[in-house]
Design a protein around this ligand. Structure first.
Ligand code: 5GP
Ligand code: 5GP
Length: 231
């Protein structure tokens, strides 16, 4: 009798602990990341146009847009911790690499701090259980080094020359080089042509390795042939 009531108390405690962990700490949970890179030519040739960073015109290469925690069902957390503001001092050692690999193209021109602050506030604060601020930006830079999208494409003869390429050839050449299937997001240039805008790859919850995407984003449908504009 005694040991039965003990085990039922233990069971109740375990159930309580489960519900506490689900309801109180679920804000910090996520299932995987999207690592998103943008083609600057496609950000700039739209009706909205763009502004080069104060540090100068970025290289004609894919730049980081963000590292975004996501759920398996396609939804995502955002702005998870208002008490954790972006601090420049925490990433001073990464600054020059960030300016090169994570340049801002929004107007008015900035040095990147505004863009990185936005990405940290909206997305980075939702993976704080895994990565602190330095770890978050460092993880994105390391992923950028592991996935050289432009090289993957040019190796397959797909160049930013304003010509059209098949969506399947773009996906195949990235899969061939990186090892995982990307999601391609298109946008529309000033003349209304659909073009290669962003490349999404999925990343495990530690932020260190690519995985096959549990779910693809809903955004930015492309046609079967899309333009790859110059920059
Ligand atoms: P858009 O509506 O332009 O596709 O996305 C606007 C912003 O919403 C993105 O830059 C990003 O911050 C966020 N966002 C859009 N789709 C996703 C998604 O599937 N996952 C996550 N984590 N964020 C997204
Ligand atoms: P998201 O779409 O990630 O929620 O937010 C992007 C925000 O960052 C927008 O407010 C946009 O104005 C700003 N931003 C600054 N530089 C860039 C850039 O180079 N690319 C994109 N997509 N957004 C940028």
């Amino acid at each position: 009798m005694k040991s039965k009531s003990k085990s039922s108390i233990l069971l109740k405690l375990l159930i309580l602990q489960y519900y506490l962990s689900v309801f109180c700490f679920s804000e910090q949970n996520f299932d995987f990341f999207y690592f998103v890179q943008q083609w600057p030519g496609s950000y700039c040739d739209t009706q909205k146009s763009c502004c080069y960073p104060t540090t100068g015109k970025p290289a004609a290469d894919f730049g980081i847009h963000g590292l975004w925690p996501n759920y398996q069902d396609g939804s995502y957390p955002s702005n998870c911790d208002p008490d954790s503001p972006f601090k420049q001092s925490e990433i001073s050692d990464l600054r020059s690499s960030m300016q090169k690999n994570w340049p801002t193209l929004a107007c008015p021109s900035g040095d990147g701090i505004q863009f990185w602050t936005h990405e940290w506030d909206k997305h980075g604060t939702c993976s704080e259980s895994v990565l602190d601020q330095h770890g978050y930006f460092e993880a994105a830079l390391n992923l950028r080094n592991k996935a050289n999208i432009l090289q993957s494409l040019t190796n397959a003869g797909i160049q930013p020359d304003g010509k059209s390429y098949s969506l399947s050839s773009i996906k195949d050449s990235i899969k061939e080089a990186v090892g995982y299937t990307p999601w391609i997001e298109c946008n529309v240039d000033e003349s209304g042509n659909t073009q290669l805008y962003q490349v999404y790859l999925c990343v495990d919850t530690s932020g260190s390795g690519f995985i096959e995407c549990p779910v693809f984003p809903r955004s930015g449908k492309c046609g079967s042939e899309i333009e790859f504009p110059t920059f």
